[in-house]
Design a protein around this ligand. Structure first.
Ligand code: ATP
Length: 577
């Protein structure tokens, strides 16, 4: 509850919505808990009276008319209460969801290694829905129900003052504290199971993501059967957990009903021995109903808060995640970049094992340097340190003499064009995808960049040209085409430094040729650091760096390295032959 309340009070507009909700909740509760038993108490003596004076008849008609009036007030107040509480709940959810999305955009790249895509989506959607229900439906009842209980108790106190015998009958309320026992016991179990259910749902979402993103691998390895079996197994476990959640969730209401009927039984027995009228007794039953009904709902409510808390914690595990790669408090100004890059004594590790050890080299402004080395040598890791996708553990990476950790993200990344190994095309049109390089680019600039990247003709061959949708995550494009789109983005960005991780997959000779031509265009006038997976690219570079097991083992031109580095010669010969 505390957790939820903290969200409510943290936003002014939400606070106002909830205050109005509480206001109408109070009216609803008084109308239900006090007024309805009170009307019953007043009207029954006239209905069953033996004498029918004109005055009593008109009083009775008036009082009976009060019943729809009270219900109208109760209905309108309940309606407005629900609207305000829901508005507040929706706003809170909107805030949580936008914080969540912002965190996904800001968090260090390494975070996504630990969290599956499906799990992250499931937290935002499934857990988000549960939290929303807690802030709307449950938060709604949390105002109305306790107040209705208090108001009905208020009526019973009023009656006890009028007729002290009534106070003995109030002992029927003593069953209410007993209800705490099942509420707590079911609540704890439900919390655990509901949490497990959400975790399993996240896992299932991961499996669905795998089936979509890994569709080629799964078919290629004839693994449909084993994937389906694994998914079915998890689905069965999920089914069991879901059933347990439902079992605990729905067991509470009837348990409380049984306990409260003991109180009703006591009311009948005491009415038999005490001196109270029929109308007092009917009013008492009405008031008891108005007491027990909230107790039942408050019990269920505790369960709903338990479920909501589990879901909220799973969302907060992401939204409260600390961003480890941060911008400096007062960044060094950096507007005109020369493009000089220095790696000095760089150490890096993903875990305990070092991935890069004491790597030192420089790339002069305008120079083109290729990085080569065996698989797993640390090439991709090395170039990811420049845009600060990861931070060095030791040493430093500098741009024009300034440690990249002292620059603002905007300044640093504005001066870098990063072309990833497997570029992602976002859902949307080709034009929108190219605009990622420069959101301000004109149509002419986009076409010019696409021509330089040798992708214009392909785009123009599509039914809607630049307005064609790329398809979900660009799955229907070849690796070479995706790389050329990424190169066109880099052209549009016109950054002084180009960082590129070449596609590892083999490209057909036409695609290869086009990429080489595009690269030759792109290299003009920029500093470039490129991981060359294919040696055809090294003809454009001034120098080559050889990495092995995280260490820089050699550097020089192709001819120099062919003479001086055994590893380089081996890598080259392996590819050429
Ligand atoms: P390749 O040529 O196969 O792409 P590479 O030279 O680019 O390899 P890296 O991808 O930098 O090598 O990987 C270097 C080492 O770091 C490898 O042992 C790899 O398993 C490990 N590694 C890479 N990325 C991660 C990561 N995100 N988390 C943990 N370990 C990683």
């Amino acid at each position: 509850m505390k957790k939820f309340w903290a969200y409510i009070v943290s936003m002014r507009s939400v606070r106002v919505h909830y205050y109005w909700g509480i206001f109408y909740g109070v009216i609803f509760a008084i109308a239900s808990g006090f007024s309805i038993p009170f009307i019953l108490y007043k009207v029954l003596p006239w209905v069953f009276s033996d004498t029918e004076t004109e005055m009593e008849t008109s009083r009775m008609v008036l009082t009976v008319l009060a019943i729809p009036a009270v219900f109208a007030i109760r209905g309108v107040a309940g309606y407005l209460n629900a609207i305000y509480v829901n508005k507040g709940g929706f706003e809170i959810l909107m805030k949580i969801r936008s914080e969540y999305y912002k965190k996904l955009l800001d968090i260090q790249v390494g975070y996504f290694n630990k969290m599956g895509v499906g799990e992250l989506i499931s937290r935002l959607t499934a857990d988000g829905t549960i939290v929303q229900q807690t802030f709307t439906e449950a938060a709604n009842d949390v105002v109305k129900q306790p107040l209705q209980l208090l108001s009905a108790i208020g009526f019973l106190v009023y009656m006890s003052i009028k007729n002290p015998q009534f106070s003995i009958m109030m002992a029927s309320l003593l069953v209410i504290p007993i209800c705490v026992i099942p509420v707590q016991s079911f609540g704890k179990k439900l919390f655990r199971k509901a949490r497990k259910q959400q975790e399993e749902l996240g896992d299932l979402s991961d499996k669905v993501t795998d089936a979509v993103l890994g569709c080629r691998e799964i078919r290629g390895f004839n693994a449909e059967g084993s994937f389906f079996e694994r998914f079915s197994g998890r689905l069965k476990e999920f089914l069991q957990t879901q059933i347990k959640v439902v079992v605990y969730y729905h067991a509470l209401s009837p348990t409380i009903e049984v306990i409260t009927t003991i109180g009703v039984g006591f009311a009948f027995i005491s009415a038999f021995f005490l001196d109270i009228t029929q109308s007092e007794f009917v009013a008492l039953l009405g008031a008891l109903y108005m007491c027990y009904e909230p107790v039942k709902k408050i019990g269920v409510l505790a369960n709903r808060f338990q479920r909501g808390q589990g879901a909220l914690e799973r969302l907060e595990a992401v939204t409260h995640q600390e961003v480890q790669i941060k911008e400096p408090g007062s960044p060094t100004p950096y507007s005109e970049a020369e493009g000089q890059i220095d790696f000095e004594g760089v150490d890096f590790a993903y875990g305990d094992e070092p991935t890069l050890s004491n790597v030192t080299f420089s790339v002069k402004s305008g120079e083109k340097v290729a990085v080569v080395g065996p698989s797993g040598a640390g090439k991709s890791t090395l170039i990811q340190l420049l845009p600060r996708f990861f931070d060095v553990k030791g040493g430093s990476v500098r741009m024009d003499g300034v440690d990249v950790r002292e620059l603002s993200f905007t300044d640093l990344r504005n001066h870098l064009a990063v072309v990833a190994q497997d570029p992602v095309l976002f859902s949307g049109t080709f034009r929108e995808n190219l605009l990622l390089g420069n959101p301000e680019a004109s149509k002419e600039q986009i076409i010019d960049a696409a021509k330089k990247a040798y992708i214009h003709d392909f785009i123009m061959s599509l039914p809607l040209g630049y307005e064609t949708q790329t398809g979900e995550r660009g799955l229907n494009l070849s690796g070479g085409q995706k790389q050329r789109i990424a190169l066109a983005r880099a052209f549009l960005k016109q950054a002084p430094v180009l960082v590129m991780d070449e596609a590892t997959s083999a490209l057909d000779s036409e695609s290869e040729e086009k990429i080489q031509l595009a690269l030759a265009n792109l290299f003009k006038g920029v500093t470039a650091l490129i991981i060359a997976h294919r040696f055809s690219s090294i003809r454009f570079v001034d120098r080559i760096i050889v990495l092995d097991k995280g260490q820089l083992v050699a550097q020089g031109t192709h001819d120099e390295l062919m003479l001086s580095s055994k590893l380089y010669r081996k890598l080259y010969e392996n590819q050429v032959n």
